[in-house]
Write a new protein. Structure first.
Length: 131
C-alpha cells in the first residue's frame, strides 16, 4: 500500500489569500462570503489522504478524509488501455497516468519510486502497454 497527502504549502497560500480577502471590507458583500467558503474548502482539503494498493486483481485507489473513505476506485487490468510514466521538476517527482476505458487516473503525489517500479511490473505481467 502506498500513501500520499495533499500539498500543504499550496493550501497554506490559498488560506492566506482567503483570509486577506475576508478581512478587507469590500463594497460587494458576497465577496466576503466567498472568502469564508474558500477557507472552509481549504480546511477540508487539508485533511485528505490518498492510498493506492496494487494487487494481482487490479489497482485500488482511495481518497480518505478523517479516517473514512470518501472515494474508492477499483481498476481491473481489463479496464486499462495504457499507462504513461513521466517525470516532473528536475526528475525528482514521478507521475503515472493510467488510461482506462472510463476515465484516466493520474498518480502524482506518491513519492515512492517503488510504486512506479511495481506499476511497471504490473503492466508487464498483464500485458498492458506502457512507456
Amino acid at each position: 500500500m502506498y500513501a500520499a497527502t495533499t500539498p500543504k504549502f499550496t493550501l497554506f497560500i490559498w488560506l492566506i489569500v482567503a483570509i486577506a480577502i475576508a478581512v478587507i471590507p469590500w463594497p460587494i458583500p458576497w465577496l466576503n462570503l466567498l472568502a469564508v467558503f474558500v477557507m472552509v474548502i481549504v480546511a477540508l482539503i487539508s485533511f485528505l489522504h490518498y492510498q493506492l494498493t496494487i494487487t494481482d486483481k487490479g489497482i485500488t485507489y482511495r481518497v480518505i478524509a478523517l479516517n473514512s473513505t470518501v472515494k474508492k476506485r477499483i481498476i481491473t487490468p481489463q479496464e486499462m488501455t495504457h499507462v504513461t510514466f513521466t517525470r516532473r521538476q528536475d526528475d525528482t517527482i514521478f507521475q503515472a497516468v493510467i488510461m482506462t476505458t472510463a476515465k484516466p487516473l493520474s498518480l502524482l503525489r506518491f513519492d515512492s519510486p517503488d510504486l512506479y517500479q511495481e506499476l511497471r511490473e504490473f503492466c508487464q505481467k498483464h500485458h498492458i502497454p506502457h512507456n
